[in-house]
Design a protein around this ligand. Structure first.
Ligand code: NAI
Ligand code: 15L
Length: 264
């Protein structure tokens, strides 16, 4: 690619992908509402609020691919979610439509299905069961990706990320964890595959205890390499596993299922 846009580039995943996705494009355009530091020679920095339609239109101009990580990433007030994740996604898809429909990797979340129990094994065609307003906003994002694919042919990889951190930080994440390297490799494959379409891909490493079936996305050729089992012993030494009646032992979305509707 000539120019790859990463939104949410100042966030936890954005900072990691800023480095790991460097080989994918000659120029990496980085955007966020938070500080992004100085641009390296191969980088362009374009601060932008995703809720600002005109700014997003400019942001996407000239881009050949988009990794959309920006937006609210936890349970929050409806107003914040509305701006970042609802208006933001609408603005992004409209901007992509105006600028040649660059392929999009959309960071969706396991919180679209957080109210499934941990003893259920999911395929991507199963109904959504969001566990909060944040999860609902990701359902909206997935629906926008599907709409723009059906109506206009816009291609998106909808990646339902489990827990993408340096390592799992609790026992639930032994099932949901995805390594940074596996995510970067998945993104690379989404841009390299000749025809992407609009698949839902479970963003999870090859964990022994995973809850999600990725066989429908096998055409991507993505074979995650990491397995959270290597962290189990360390986790067991640091903390006791959750009791059987704890949300982290019942629901796939874990503690998000307990969040109230945030008012401020
Ligand atoms: P993060 O919260 O660290 O990063 C999100 C970034 O988006 C932040 O830098 C924030 O400033 C920016 N942002 C928020 N509202 C914005 C707006 N209105 N306009 C422009 N930028 C805005 O989240 P993280 O962990 O890096 O996640 C990245 C993406 O992946 C998010 O969309 C999140 O929902 C999704 N995800 C992440 C998971 C994880 O395990 N890290 C799991 C599931 C989904
Ligand atoms: C998410 O969607 C969040 O963005 C991330 O911070 C984690 O909480 C993750 O899900 C998870 O479920 O572990």
């Amino acid at each position: 690619m000539h120019r790859l846009l990463i939104t949410g580039a100042a966030g936890g995943l954005g900072r990691v992908m800023r480095e790991k996705l460097r080989p994918l494009a000659e120029i990496i355009r980085l955007s966020d509402i938070a500080d992004l530091g100085d641009a390296a020679p191969h980088e362009e920095i374009m601060p932008c609020d995703l809720g600002d339609e005109a700014a997003v239109l400019k942001l996407v101009e000239g881009c050949d691919g988009i990794v959309h990580l920006g937006g609210v990433s936890v349970e929050q007030t409806f107003d914040k979610i509305l701006n970042g994740n609802i208006k933001g996604v609408y603005n992004l898809y409209e901007a992509a439509r105006a600028h040649g429909m660059p392929r999009i990797v959309f960071a969706s979340s396991n919180h679209t299905i957080g109210f499934y129990r941990q003893d259920e094994y999911l395929t991507p065609d199963m109904p959504m069961k969001p566990d909060g307003l944040y999860g609902v906003s990701k359902c909206f994002g997935e629906a926008m990706a599907s709409l723009y694919h059906s109506k206009f042919g816009q291609e998106t990889a909808i990646v339902r990320i489990g827990s993408c951190f340096a390592e799992p930080v609790n026992h639930r994440m032994l099932s949901t964890w995805m390594s940074h390297d596996d995510f970067a490799d998945l993104i690379r494959r989404c841009f390299l595959v000749p025809r992407l379409g609009c698949p839902i891909v479970w963003g999870v490493s090859d964990n022994d205890g995973k809850w999600w079936d990725n066989s429908a996305a096998s055409f991507l050729g993505w074979k995650p390499k990491a397995n959270s089992e290597s962290f189990r012993e360390g986790l067991d030494a640091r903390m006791t596993p959750p009791a059987a009646d704890h949300p982290n032992a019942i629901w796939q979305g874990g503690m998000f299922t307990l969040d109230p509707i945030h008012k401020d």
